[in-house]
Design a protein around this ligand. Structure first.
Ligand code: ZN
Length: 382
């Protein structure tokens, strides 16, 4: 029999917080979890995504239902470390909070999933079904890891999915998509005393971006849960000398999409408008740098109902059930699933805390989610 003590749980968390899995170091987190699974006889598999980045998949049980549980191993950069009250890569407890980069987003959630797997296996508690643990790489930078898992078929037979992203008081069952475009306008350099000898790359790009902004943000389509699509131009670079006509201007934009106005339609609108500009002598090119579709499910499932009950039991919170503007790996993992698919994002931590200096997770919630996850699995598989 194995029941992890709170001390052990803190040691594991401290170990993985110490791994600086900011871009490309997730492999060390994967190796750490793999070793932990090995110790308890759970087979796990490193799934390479790029030369340096990997996912980790582990499985226990057999047959139905197949429950997918997922979390990402990467964290965002700590930023200016001197702004932190304690070292971001040393788990530090103050006032019932556990501080460190990734405590909240989302190593506490990820670790709980892994430890629950081990207890279920070790104590023979899982009577029916399969639990597939999927730890991903690169969630924070476009979801390359989850895309690979989807493409390799790891989601094909999955019947429930939850992502342990931080959201301890709200179960998220739908979220917007996210689309990044890089738009390059090519002109021709000239001296600014004779602009007609060149072609100013900035002018058409400015007009184009404002036109797109008006068209997209002015669109009236609305999702009942996610509201409207939003688009923002977030980067604009051009020119290098004040008396030269710029030969190149590059802008980047981010669009948060909804099922009624999806990534493909947005890309098409951008392309069509660029073609129209180009017919008038501009040279505007579109590059899609990231495309994650929105996730829309009904939120009506045994899983969500049970998770809400367990939230009351272990957190003493009235968990709300909502849609969210943020994206998760579910954008990739749920490709081709319909709206009746039971999905949720529910985990220790607060969504608003993600990516902040002095990131923390409440110790009490870290421990509580272990029990929530375990009972949830037992409830869905009994
Ligand atoms: Zn996250």
């Amino acid at each position: 029999m194995k029941y992890f003590t709170e001390e052990e749980k803190l040691t594991f968390l401290s170990d993985i917080i110490a791994i600086k899995s900011v871009n490309e170091n997730e492999i060390q987190v994967a190796n750490y979890l793999k070793a932990l699974f090995d110790e308890y006889g759970i087979e796990s598999k490193i799934v390479p995504v790029t030369k340096t980045r990997v996912n980790l998949v582990a499985e226990i049980g057999s047959g139905h239902p197949v429950i997918g549980i997922s979390g990402h191993m990467d964290v965002v950069s700590p930023g200016d470390e001197s702004e932190w009250s304690s070292d971001p890569f040393t788990l530090t407890e103050r006032d019932g909070k556990l501080f460190g980069r990734g405590t909240n987003d989302m190593k506490a959630g990820l670790l709980n999933l892994a430890l629950v797997m081990i207890e279920l296996k070790e104590n023979n508690e899982l009577k029916n079904g399969t639990i597939r643990f999927m730890a991903t790489t690169g969630e924070e930078v476009g979801g390359a890891g989850s895309k690979k898992l989807y493409e390799d078929g790891y989601m094909d037979d999955v019947e429930y999915l939850w992502v342990a992203e931080p959201s301890h008081d709200t179960i998220i069952y739908a979220h917007k998509g996210s689309l990044n475009l890089r738009i390059t306008s090519i002109g021709e350099a000239a001296h600014s005393s004779m602009p007609h000898h060149g072609y100013n790359a900035i002018n058409p790009l400015m007009a184009y971006l404002l036109e797109m902004d008006e068209k997209l943000n002015g669109d009236n389509r609305k999702n009942e849960v996610l509201d409207k699509l939003v688009m923002s131009t977030t980067i604009f670079n051009a020119g290098n000398q004040v008396n030269s006509i710029p030969e190149k201007a590059v802008a980047e934009i981010n669009v948060r999409t909804i099922p009624e106005f999806d990534n493909e339609e947005v890309i098409e609108i951008f392309r069509t408008a660029a073609n129209n500009y180009n017919k008038e002598g501009s040279n505007i090119n579109i590059e899609v740098t990231m495309s994650l579709p929105s996730v829309f499910t009904t939120g009506q499932s045994k899983m969500v109902t049970l998770a809400k009950e367990l939230g009351k039991k272990y957190l003493d919170l009235d968990i709300s059930i909502k849609g969210s503007p943020g994206v998760t790996d579910a954008s990739n993992l749920l490709r081709n699933k319909d709206e009746n698919f039971p999905f949720m994002m529910f985990g220790p931590g607060e969504t608003k805390m993600a990516h902040k200096t002095d990131e923390y997770v409440y110790k009490e919630y870290y421990f509580a989610f272990f029990h929530i996850y375990k009972e949830l699995i037992l409830g869905l598989t009994k």
